[in-house]
Design a protein around this ligand. Structure first.
Ligand SMILES: C[S@@+](CC[C@H](N)C(=O)[O-])C[C@H]1O[C@@H](n2cnc3c(N)ncnc32)[C@H](O)[C@@H]1O
Length: 311
């Protein structure tokens, strides 16, 4: 089943070269390797690439998907004892991007010409039958990007009180956050909510079925995923580290799929701009073209912000 999952469609695919002005030996940092689409685009353009992912399954899959002629050196972040070779072509680091600064120091990596961050899970993670991200599958409600993380989505539904659950669902912009929290607290005394199907059916019942194009459980599943994986916390830890990794005139591109994440990114870029450290390249986020949307409707909420290092 895993191997049958189509390759993740990389948002703004094919446009990185134009955005970053790739040249041979350009050093490119891809902090969200996923299925390796952005990394491959940079390698194909002659860049030397450093890729991070928190999910070892994603790393294994990316290695299989990217052409064999690009053979990566792989570093397990907690076991780094030697610096990376100076003449690397492609390095993969299994690490949370929130620790990128200290990992660069340990590996003695150079400053980079470009950085891409493409937030959220990949299609592989969502559609894998054992990960618990999908309301269309019946599987344990897990949602962890890495098994090192202790708390699953089912754990949160079992222990949070009604107010906390309502607050959590609001993070995903769920309009039925309060009634959903109430029914979950009631339901779990009779039968603990342990599977994606149980949760999806419950949401469907409370929201009285489907209205509009998206599945009624979309926001609830997104909110749980964000909290299980500490997504906002990781972004907040990551952003202030990025300017220090860039060379002068190097650029960072940040792709988000949720208004709350885009707000964090926008505020960060504007603050760095006021301090004089970054220039804003696009005042308004770049959105996918109609062509891209026709190939991958999932990218409909993608927003790309680009900023350049001043000194
Ligand atoms: C949307 S996918 C990236 C897709 C990729 N750009 C491509 O072209 O295939 C996001 C990836 O980032 C990884 N990720 C999410 N949060 C992370 C974190 N805090 N640290 C490192 N990787 C993370 C996920 O495991 C996932 O593989």
């Amino acid at each position: 089943m895993k191997n049958q999952i189509e390759r993740h469609y990389s948002a703004f695919k094919g446009e990185l070269s134009k955005i970053f002005g790739f040249q041979k030996d350009f050093i490119f940092l891809d902090l969200t390797l996923g299925d390796g689409g952005h990394t491959e685009e940079a390698l194909e353009a002659g860049c030397r690439v450093i890729s991070f992912d928190i999910d070892i399954e994603a790393i294994k899959r990316a290695i299989a998907l990217v052409p064999d002629k690009y053979s990566p050196l792989i570093f397990e972040a907690d076991n780094i004892t030697i610096p990376a070779p100076k003449d690397f072509n492609w390095i993969i680091v299994h690490q949370n991007f929130s620790k990128v600064g200290e990992t660069f120091e340990k590996l003695q990596l150079p400053k980079v010409d470009g950085i891409i961050v493409d937030l959220g899970p990949s299609q592989f993670q969502i559609l894998s039958p054992d990960r618990g991200f999908s309301f269309n599958l019946d599987e344990p409600l897990d949602m962890r990007l890495t098994k090192d993380q202790g708390v699953t989505a089912a754990d949160l539904l079992a222990v949070l009180n009604e107010g906390e659950l309502s607050e959590l669902f609001t993070l995903g912009d769920e309009p039925f956050a309060k009634p959903l929290a109430r029914i979950i607290v009631k339901q779990r005394t009779i039968n603990p909510i342990k599977t994606t199907k149980q949760l999806a059916d419950l949401v469907y019942k409370v929201k009285k079925g489907r209205s509009g194009k998206i599945h009624p459980a979309t926001q609830v599943f997104m909110a749980l995923r964000m909290v299980v994986n500490l997504e906002r916390e990781n972004i907040n830890l990551l952003l202030p580290q990025l300017p220090q990794l860039l060379k002068k005139d190097g650029q960072m591109g940040l792709i988000s799929f949720h208004s709350g994440e885009d707000k964090l990114i926008k505020e960060f870029i504007n603050n760095e701009h006021k301090k004089g450290d970054l220039s804003v390249i696009n005042e308004k986020p770049i959105e996918p073209s109609t062509f891209e949307l026709s190939i991958s409707p999932r990218t409909r909420s993608a927003k790309l912000r680009i900023a350049k290092k001043n000194n």
